[in-house]
Design a protein around this ligand. Structure first.
Ligand code: 6PG
Length: 241
């Protein structure tokens, strides 16, 4: 069952930027808007920086973009750990995205479960059919994605879109899309670079994996993985999964 497609490139960030631009423009052509959920992580950060450069930023009509986040730390938007802050500081604050189209999870809320419920409601209100044009994800070396970490309660939640997930490994709460919301998207893309990720990538692509990230993608909506030769060194890139 093909639930994954893969692009291996030493220019993975540029390839990812081309894909982002193509996906955005196709969505705008079709519906007049582009609903995207950004991710935290080092590769998404590099992608945001590139998309914000003069060479790239005019390839998209940012006034038609609706920004969300596929996960967020339970911190204020000014905190260095905030994924919202990371994206804005990487350059997204310079793009002409209307402020009321930047839908930030309320990581600062005193009750993470209330913050998750409020974000679910925002997505219900603003995203047609709650179906994102693009959900962006990274992957940790423990096989987590978004804030769906191994052994956490959030892995089993299917009846809602956004959850507050307690992460014992980090002794903190996180806000995260569930697999249900992630796999409901038109496209899900994972940005996974570097040798440190290769063992998890190898296991996931063996289709014998219990890592959370292995649950991203379906036969109807295969996920797309941007890898480099280091993270892809253990897989046969000609094999599609
Ligand atoms: C987060 C991210 C998380 C991230 C991975 C990979 O909030 O930290 O959403 O899921 O994507 O940890 O991060 P790196 O790409 O920096 O390894």
């Amino acid at each position: 069952m093909n639930t994954r497609k893969v692009i291996v490139s030493q220019a993975a960030v540029e390839e990812a930027a081309k894909h982002f631009v193509k996906t955005a423009n196709e969505a705008m052509e079709k519906s007049g808007a582009f609903y995207v959920a950004l991710s935290g992580g080092s590769t998404p950060k590099a992608l945001f920086k590139l998309l914000s450069t003069n060479a790239w930023k005019d390839k998209i009509d940012w006034t038609k973009v609706w920004l969300f986040w596929s996960d967020e730390r339970c911190v204020p938007p000014t905190d260095p750990d905030s994924n919202y802050k990371m994206a804005m500081d990487a350059g997204f604050s310079t793009l002409n995205i209307p402020q009321d189209q930047i839908i930030r999870p309320m990581g600062e809320h005193e009750d993470p479960k209330t913050a998750a419920a409020l974000y679910t409601r925002k997505i219900q209100e603003l995203v047609p059919d709650m179906r994102f044009d693009l959900v962006m994800l990274g992957m940790g070396e423990d096989g987590h994605t978004a804030s769906l970490f191994p052994g956490t309660d959030g892995l089993e939640v299917v009846e809602t879109a956004v959850i507050a997930n307690y992460i014992p490994q980090k002794e903190c709460w996180r806000l995260s899309f569930t697999f249900a919301l992630i796999n409901h998207a038109r496209q899900v893309v994972l940005y996974v670079l570097g040798a440190g990720k290769s063992s998890v990538v190898t296991e996931v692509f063996s289709n014998e994996s219990s890592y959370p990230v292995a649950r991203v993608g379906t036969a109807d909506q295969p996920s797309l993985w941007f890898l480099d030769k280091e993270s892809a060194k253990g897989i046969n890139v000609n094999s599609r999964h």
